[in-house]
Ligand binder design. Structure first.
Ligand code: 13P
Length: 338
């Protein structure tokens, strides 16, 4: 087994998943201001350190995606943040794209940037302790979108990034996110996601990326956030598994979903249903940002000194996600443990 494949299994094996704590300073500022906390360097670090030193890091979190600011910080006890994460037996990761910018030629859409100088930045992150990386491409759904231009250019950038990440000894998380915004149906999401994923894998194969050494981070197949379509978790799971089975080569060891605007409970229930319907060899787990942090952030914002209480809130969410990653979650367990 290759070293990259070993890292993948360490991050997402054994019912574990990923904590996406790689919000850029702009996004983190919005999240903090939303709960009336000032977005200072110190506050961003305190909240994140509280999560990274929680008990669930040992049992439920196999990897943490960091932002450039955080990977270079030290905890209150003087420990480097990547070391704090490794000490819980989780793997430190790093977001390496520099954000989604307006796509020239199709200004409604975005292209993710960050390839210039990437090889050098990857070397630096490796030295800082990162063993996996993330690059997120975004696609909108409407009658004319995503355009062919957006599908081709973002897939190309994802593949160039993934090849460079593997060259530097790190696992690339390949994240093509078909956004939930809009009033499209789940069927529309299915068709567009299939098209996006197929093109991504064509480019990854062309770039000679070792598919056994990547983690795919896709969206689930859902109706748009403004759609009136009623759909059960069971149906979401069936569509999601079918779409991934058809579009993802079987060499890919693992799939870690983003939560993308679902509530914590929805993201947990849907992941659980996906695992109950998982008739593939892919590990199907979580790489959640909001769906792992929302309640903890809310609690912390009102009880800033209460580290233990914040951690208890986070531990609960992480445990529920881990059960869902094994198809063992239920509404009863959710309530009993709350
Ligand atoms: P959400 O789970 O909040 O969508 O964030 C995951 C992520 O890493 C987006 O890039």
């Amino acid at each position: 087994m290759s070293e990259l494949n070993n890292i993948v299994l360490k991050v997402i094996g054994n019912g574990k998943g990923i904590l996406a704590a790689d919000e850029s300073t702009g996004t983190m500022t919005k999240r903090l201001e939303n709960v009336n906390v000032e977005s200072s360097t110190q506050n961003r670090l305190i909240f994140r350190e509280t999560l990274f030193s929680s008990e669930s890091m040992k049992n439920f979190i196999g990897g943490v995606i960091l932002y450039d600011e955080t990977i270079k910080q030290s905890s209150s006890t003087g420990k480097k943040i990547p070391q704090l994460i490794s000490d819980s037996n989780a793997v430190p990761g790093i977001k390496v794209d520099t954000g989604a910018k307006v796509l020239a030629g199709s200004p409604e859409e975005k292209i993710t940037e960050g390839l210039d100088g990437l090889r050098e930045r990857l070397k630096e992150y490796y030295k800082l302790g990162a063993r996996f990386t993330k690059w997120r491409a975004v696609y909108i759904i409407s009658k004319d979108y995503p355009s062919k231009l957006s599908i081709i250019s973002n897939a190309h950038a994802l593949a160039r990034y993934a090849a460079l990440a593997q060259e530097s000894g790190m696992v690339p998380i390949v994240e093509p996110e078909v956004l939930m915004d809009g009033n499209h149906t789940a069927d529309d999401c299915y068709k567009k996601t299939s098209e996006v994923l197929k093109r991504c894998f064509e480019e990854l194969i062309l770039s000679k990326v070792d598919l056994k050494g990547i983690i795919l981070k896709p969206n689930m197949i859902l109706p748009g956030s403004n759609s009136e379509q009623e759909i059960s978790s069971q149906e979401i799971a069936k569509l999601t598994v079918k779409c991934l089975k058809e579009s993802v080569p079987s060499d890919v060891p693992g799939i870690a979903f983003l939560s993308g605007g679902q509530t914590e409970k929805e993201a947990t229930e849907n992941l659980n249903s996906i695992n109950k319907n998982n008739n593939t060899n892919f590990v199907m787990t979580y790489s959640y940002g909001r769906a792992l942090q929302q309640s903890a952030l809310k609690f912390w914002s009102k009880n800033i000194q209460d580290t233990k209480g914040t951690q208890a809130t986070f531990n609960h969410r992480a445990k529920m996600c881990s059960l869902a990653a094994q198809g063992k979650w239920s509404k009863d367990i959710e309530q009993q443990n709350n």
